[in-house]
Design a protein around this ligand. Sequence first.
Ligand code: FES
Length: 283
Amino acid sequence: MTTTLAPDRLEELTALDGPVSAVQAVVHRLPTGRVKDALHGLWLGHPLHPVLAEGAMGAWISASILDLTGGEDASARRLIVAGMVASAPAALAGAVDWADQGPEQMRVGIVHAAVNTLALGLYGASLVARARGHRLKGRALGLAGLTVVGVGGYLGGHMAYRQGAGANHAEDVKNLVKPGWHALGPWSEVPDGKPVRRMVDDVPVFVYRTGQETRVLADKCSHLSGPLSEGTVEDGCVTCPWHGSVFRLTDGAPVHGPATAPMPVFETRVQAGVLEASLRPAD
Ligand code: FES
């Protein structure tokens, strides 16, 4: 017997699509470029959002430990404020990642954001209560905030580990492709200047030829498995047709997000008129 968890049901809740579209439109209006790439975590090699969220969670957990063990109220207040401050960039980084997900992930994601906003409100109320001298009420509100943010974390975990949001969708290529050279078909049938899809074992690969030079990458984008062979090639890079991630053809490195992980790259050669490819070991 399988159990349907609440987040599974949220994935299918189409009533959330209206708010999702409205918030997504706002997030998509943010300027693209280095700041957005930095928020995605391009410089880090994986999403930045969970790293920043850890900072907020750590501060809030510490505040509750102080509250539960008779620690100083002033210290607990400082930690609550620190968590609130850290949550701002975490929310921004999460929002730019979220806006380039699939419908199911975005439905869970908008509830994740709403729950965390509620937690923020509880922490704000906790600070107000403490400032007015209602220390017990302030502690209770702080614990309520921690409980609610725990629910938010649970939903975030569902997105990351169950729905693959933020995961590297090209990671399995190295396990699926056998070592050695693989035939990709007659060299003469590879068009010049137009990306095509070929297969290595059961793994689709992107093939792009210009004159005598051929570049081969795994075809399923590391962001969410979009087909790079249906993308556009310009200035030595391919742009994924789904959310616009840009990868360098020479080494598969992501140049623009939302993808943060590189694409697996293949060495190529032509033997007896047949194009062959061999997976290049990761650096
Ligand atoms: S699948 Fe999202 S950018 Fe490629």
